[in-house]
Design a protein around this ligand. Structure first.
Ligand code: SF4
Length: 231
């Protein structure tokens, strides 16, 4: 895989989300995938890729601990857009209990995220050169410096982040304008949605991701942390 891109960082930063997705599809061909956690950003990216008629593999990182509303959202998006999901293998919750002790998300959430998210993602990204995700700079301080394209040595891929400069309002405007199915938990105060044990609703005066691992200083599951450098 090339570690050089056909465009500079400045050129890439100037691209709107749609143009960035088209460029990524041309740049990486069938070595490009899109990961979905069935939050509002997933709704935007799945719709956008469909509208652009991009044949991009869609990866679902299902921890087996999502809310039922999240699984229902997945089914609605799969049906509407004809998605064929790539679903990494992951150990069962029962097996995790046996190996690591009960409720690892309470005793060691970093380890739990590593087993249920990071390790499966590393395995899944192995055949790919580039990975599209929906992270946005204004979601949390830990994402404030995200570039639209970053190199990840940890995963051995380019990270493509078409919504990096979108606001939460931009996301909702796009969803409403295009009548896209979205996770109904967002309407119940869950501005960011992950696994059931580690997600609570947020108040309007809180940061968007304040309901994730609330009560701890953990901000990220770990899949977006690492050693990225700018393109
Ligand atoms: S978000 Fe919570 S339950 Fe989900 S993998 Fe991480 S620690 Fe485990």
């Amino acid at each position: 895989m090339s570690t050089q891109l056909s465009r500079t960082d400045a050129e890439i930063e100037a691209l709107p989300a749609e143009d960035l997705l088209v460029w990524a599809a041309e740049e990486f061909g069938d070595k490009l995938c899109l990961s979905c956690s069935w939050q509002k950003q997933s709704s935007v990216l799945v719709h956008m890729a469909s509208e652009l008629e991009l044949d991009v593999d869609v990866v679902e990182l299902d921890t087996h601990l999502f809310f039922k509303e999240t699984y229902e959202t997945r089914e609605r998006l799969v049906a509407r857009y004809g998605l064929s999901l790539i679903q990494p293998e992951i150990i069962t919750i029962a097996e995790q209990h046996r190996r690591e002790g009960p409720n690892l998300w309470e005793s060691n959430p970093d380890r739990c995220c590593h087993i249920r998210k990071v390790e499966p993602l590393i395995e899944t990204l192995h055949p790919y050169d580039a990975w599209v995700s929906g992270i946005r700079r204004d979601q949390s301080p830990s994402r404030a410096n995200a570039r639209k394209v970053e190199r990840s040595e940890r995963y051995g891929v380019w990270k493509i982040q078409p919504l990096a400069d979108w606001s939460e309002a931009d996301v909702w405007a796009y969803i409403m304008a295009n009548d896209i199915p979205y996770n109904p938990l967002h309407d119940d105060g869950y501005r960011s949605i992950g696994c059931m044990p580690c997600t609570r609703p947020t108040r309007p005066d809180e940061e968007e991701r304040a309901g994730r691992w609330a009560g701890s200083d953990k901000l990220e599951c770990g899949i977006h942390l690492g050693e990225e450098r700018n393109a």
